[in-house]
Structure formats: C-alpha cells, structure tokens
Design a protein around this ligand. Structure first.
Ligand SMILES: *Cc1c(COP(=O)(O)O)cnc(C)c1O
Length: 422
C-alpha cells in the first residue's frame, strides 16, 4: 500500500501539506485523504492485473465521499454498490453505470428499477427470492436484467467474525452446492440474463489461500454450468484484501495476483474484483485534538474531540489503529494513555495503552482511517459529523463541510402546541 505520510521537522505531512495546518484551518475532528495514495492504490490493481481481462469495481461502502468516487471514476474504475444511495453517488461523481455491480442481500424493487433504468453492468443476486423479484421488476420495466449469483463458497477467511462473510453460517449469497439448480431455473426466466458468478468471503483478509480456495470453487461451478449450456462471461472474486493497521504481515496486490491469475490462464471469462479497504484505508487519517489529560489512580486518559460516532472501528471490532501526535517536538513527558472520546459509553475509545508524548491542546492523527471511517459515523450524542478534506500535492480541498446544528435537526419537527393546557 502506498504511503504519502511523512515526517519533516518533527511535523507530520500528508503529501506536501503539514497536517497541523489542516487541523487549524478546518478544525477537528477532521478526515484527511491523500489523492495520490488513492490513485496509487487503484493503479496497483491495474498494474498487477496486466493483460488479464478485468473490471475493478471499487466497493463504495468503504468510503463514499463523492470526491473520492470522482477520483476513482476519472481513472476508469467501476463500482460495487449496495444501495440506491450509493448508485446516485457514483452517478453524481461521473462513474460509468455500465461498470457498476450491485451487491446486497435486501435490494428493493425501487432500487432495482433505478439500476435497470441507468443500465448497470449486473446485479449480484444473493437469494432465489431476490431473483424472482428482479425477474418481475425487469419484466414490468420491459427490459432484461444482467445477473451474477453471489455464491457462498464456504471458506474460512480467518478474519474478525463480524467481517467474515464466506462461511455457510453467514447471511450472504447462496450455498454453492445449490447454485447449479438456481442457475438452471434462472436460465429459463424471460427477463434475466446470466452473465457471471461472484463471491465475497470477508474483509481485512491477510492470507492469500482463502481467496485461491474460493476461486477454485467458483471455477468448478463455472465449468459445471458450462456443461449444462450456461456460459458465464465473468468471475467476480469480491474484495477483502487486508491492509496494515499495526504490523500485520499483509500480502501486496502483486502477491495476491501472482497466485490468482495463473488459475485463470487460458480462460475467456473476465475477472471482476471489488476492493474497498485496500484502496482507501491507508489513504486517510482522522485528525483530533486533545481536550483534557486526566488520571484516575494509575490510569491516564487523553480525552480527545473525536469519538466512536466519528470512528466506530475500535468500539465495533476492537480494531487497533495507530495514533501519533502531529507535532513530535514536544517538551511533555511520555506516558501511557487510553485515548478516549466525549461520548457517554465506556466503549468510546480510539486506542488503549498507548505511549504518547502529549499535552492538552495537541493534535493527534489516527492512521489508516480512510476506509470504514467517515461512512460509519453517526450523530450519536447530537454530535455533528466531521469535515472531510482531500489533499492533492500542496493543495487542500474541503470535500465535506462539518455538520452544523441545523444539519442535525433538519427534518425534525416539534409537536403542535396545545392551546388548552392541562
Ligand atoms: C464490503 C464489500 C466489499 C469490499 O470489501 P473490502 O474488505 O473493503 O475490500 C466487496 N464486495 C462486497 C460484496 C462487500 O460487501
């Protein structure tokens, strides 16, 4: 993964911009992304895929800011979406509808209609019930829906249980053993065109073997279907490649493709991939400011202005994310801290037992925050969501304004005031 963070004169930089300058200009908490890192991470896939016929569909849910999508669309990226909202974001960002795959277990008829109308590449269908609804919806719209069935290859991705999706017990996809019968049924539907097969076995996967096992199972299915006269045009291996948060041994995109591509040699099918985290995680940081330092007996707390509503990963997955001061030229003493936010939950922490040389007022960066960061943020505790900034060389662009109180109460209404009294 490409790194655009550096230290110059004891100050952290993202590309050519001192992050302290971003924090003072835009306030904190604030998400900052490096455009160069986004581009490099995307190009790593393109380069590793070489001559292999492919379509890289960035998984929008990892980071759906329209400026991020615009950056990737300009490189020719496709997109993996999971809702009509994500579809509209991609269109607004200039994405090509013909390169969109639509995943998700609960697509509504309305979402299907909109996707048919704009002409997406295909629906990644996750159940027979969804297939029936899609066939009916396409018939009503007078068109044919392109379909890939999402199968569950039953491989263990060896990742956190909340982000493991390819085991039989997960809600995603159809059992790969039942897939041939479903494909044969679908082949007879008048408004369905079978174009591919897909899987997505989990996220933050740090070994290549589960991907290869999944691909081998997909290939068996594809060949079996071919014997029954169903010729698919693409094979979609999903996303899921892990990134560095701490000192994990993470395979590179090159390592991954070096093992995957030989499996596809001599085959006609296009390879589709749906990377999310590996494109955006290391391209982003969350900036926050220390409000107070507090000690309870032998425990020290750095209370910062970012909370679990801004960054949920530590609270939701016990995720470890690196935390460093933006200015390391400090006269404070190094101490061990739990870095906690202002939200009224004990689970509201960004990091525990971190050795930091900091004082109240200092700025901190939470690393690798570009994926599953802002997108999971909420207004819990009536906190406005953070600003987002894109850095491009020496330029900074505000790509999302910090939410105001008016934003928070938009759409809410007081009850009519009773004139009688009680
Ligand atoms: C979340 C998701 C992805 C992206 O996963 P990453 O781990 O971020 O690469 C891809 N495909 C589907 C279907 C997903 O749900």
């Amino acid at each position: 993964m490409y790194n655009t963070v550096s230290t110059q004169n004891h100050r952290l930089y993202l590309e050519d911009v001192a992050l302290e300058q971003v924090a003072t200009q835009f306030g904190t908490p604030c998400y900052v992304y490096s455009k160069a890192a986004l581009v490099k991470n995307y190009q790593a896939y393109q380069a590793a895929l070489g001559d292999q016929k492919h379509l890289i569909c960035y998984a929008v849910k990892a980071n759906s800011n329209i400026a991020v999508l615009q950056t990737l669309a300009a490189l020719g990226a496709g997109f993996d979406i999971v809702s009509a909202g994500e579809l509209e974001r991609v269109l607004m960002a200039g994405g090509d509808p013909a390169k969109i795959v639509f995943s998700g277990v609960a697509k509504t008829a309305g979402e299907m209609r909109r996707a048919l109308e704009v002409g997406i590449h295909c629906f990644n269908v996750e159940s027979e019930a969804e297939l029936d609804l899609l066939n009916r919806t396409a018939a009503e719209a007078g068109c044919v829906a392109s379909v890939s069935m999402r199968v569950n290859p039953d491989v263990d991705a060896k990742t956190h249980p909340y982000i493991s999706t390819g085991l039989k017990e997960n809600k995603f996809g159809v059992d790969i053993n039942l897939a041939p019968a479903i494909y044969e049924r679908a082949a007879k539907m008048t408004n369905i065109s079978l174009v591919g097969v897909d899987c997505h076995i989990g996220s933050q996967i740090t070994e290549i073997t589960p991907f290869i096992d999944a691909m081998d199972r997909l290939l068996l299915l594809v060949d079996q279907l071919k014997d029954h006269g169903i010729q698919l045009q693409h094979i979609d291996i999903g996303g899921g490649l892990g990134v560095h948060y701490q000192n994990e041994d993470v395979p590179s995109v090159d390592d991954y493709m070096a093992q995957l591509l030989p499996r596809l040699e001599g085959r006609q099918e296009m390879l589709v991939m749906e990377p999310g985290r590996s494109i955006t995680a290391n391209a982003g940081l969350l900036l926050t400011q220390v409000q107070f330092i507090k000690s309870n007996g032998d425990k020290n707390f750095a209370i910062v202005d970012a909370a679990m509503n801004d960054m949920l990963r530590p609270a939701l997955y016990q995720a470890w994310m690196d935390i460093q001061p933006l200015n390391t030229d400090s006269s404070s003493a190094e101490r061990q801290y739990d870095v906690v936010g202002p939200v009224c939950e004990t689970g509201d922490f960004l990091g525990k037992d971190r050795n930091l040389t900091i004082a109240a007022g200092d700025y901190l960066a939470l690393f690798s925050a570009g994926a599953y960061g802002f997108v999971m943020s909420s207004n819990y505790n009536s906190r406005g969501r953070a600003a987002e900034v894109m850095i491009d060389g020496a330029e900074t662009h505000k790509i999302r304004a910090r939410e105001t109180f008016d934003d928070l109460v938009r759409g809410e209404q007081l009850l009519p005031v009773s004139t009688e009294g009680h």
